[in-house]
Design a protein around this ligand. Structure first.
Ligand SMILES: Cc1cc2nc3c(=O)[nH]c(=O)nc-3n(C[C@H](O)[C@H](O)[C@H](O)COP(=O)(O)O)c2cc1C
Length: 270
């Protein structure tokens, strides 16, 4: 079978609902009031727990927020994005060596996880669990939106959710039943992100070809008009993700990682 036929077979085969869920993903930013039934939430969290995890250590935690007062506090620190108030559930995924450290200390083992590598390990675990939860939710007809603001205001999230040392928020999912049905968003062609055997760096011609479709979208024209800018790249560098903001929030996040104990480079004392 050619590659296309294999794709076609799986895509149209009713047995592969997982692939259908993945290929139909769109971020949802408007939610109905309907609560998520407990058994559905349970299976979503179970799916999170079945994600691959470094050394089977499961060095992450998921904080499930449904309380309206806590949601309002989270809404403030997530730049007041509406869906934080609207969606019935907010799941905050944290890099977490706290539980593992405690286990080690109760079992005559000396945890050496107060370092940057351990933070990255735990952050990867947390993200894998998050994406499993996202797909499980979508497979139940729910919608999700990740919140990048988690890393911007991680210090405040630590306070609101009372996260102890060795626990750092890395991402958040808002989830619930969709009150909108947005179009699929564009992606770069797959050849843009895949390298055969070794990395092949991009020439100016490659960049022209890879970004051609994205740059010719009606949405791009609208963004350029609204922002009075010449290129789509400038919308990113001058409006959405500026150097100034990136540097400011980098300093803040590094401080949280340090304060939560991941930059000691020594043996844990707690
Ligand atoms: C780590 C991460 C953080 C994100 N943060 C936000 C956010 O704070 N607000 C928002 O509206 N969308 C957020 N998104 C959603 C992206 O904007 C969205 O995935 C992207 O535009 C592609 O659209 P799609 O998910 O519908 O395909 C985030 C996505 C990721 C992966």
């Amino acid at each position: 079978m050619t590659e296309f036929k294999v794709f076609w077979y799986f895509y149209h085969s009713k047995i592969n609902t997982m692939l259908e869920t993945i290929l139909n993903h769109r971020t949802i930013r408007n939610f109905k009031n309907d609560p998520v039934p407990k058994p559905v939430l349970d299976v979503i969290l179970k799916a999170g727990s079945r994600a691959s995890t470094t050394g089977n250590m499961q060095v992450y935690s998921i904080i499930v927020t449904s309380d309206s007062l806590l949601k309002e506090k989270l809404w403030e620190v997530h730049f007041r994005q509406n869906m934080v108030l609207q969606a019935p559930l907010i799941l905050t995924f944290c890099a977490d060596f706290n539980r593992f450290n405690i286990w080690c200390r109760h079992r005559k083992a000396d945890p050496g996880y107060d370092n940057f590598l351990s933070f990255v390990t735990a952050a990867i675990d947390a993200l894998l669990a998050a994406q499993n939860c996202a797909l499980a939710a979508e497979s139940h007809g729910m919608g999700i939106c990740y919140l990048g603001t988690t890393t911007y205001n991680a210090d405040k999230i630590v306070d609101i959710l009372e996260l102890p040392r060795f626990v750092v928020p890395v991402t958040t999912l808002v989830m619930g039943y969709p009150a909108e049905n947005p179009e699929l968003t564009d992606r770069l062609p797959v050849e843009a992100i895949v390298h055969a055997e070794r990395y092949r760096d991009y020439t100016a011609e490659d960049i022209d070809r890879i970004y051609r479709e994205k740059e010719s979208l009606a949405l791009t024209a609208k963004l350029l008009e609204e922002n009075k800018l010449e290129t789509l790249a400038q919308v990113f560098t001058e409006r959405r993700y500026t150097r100034k903001d990136n540097e400011f929030f980098s300093r803040k996040y590094l401080e949280v990682i340090r304060k939560q104990g991941f930059m000691e480079q020594g043996v844990s004392k707690e």
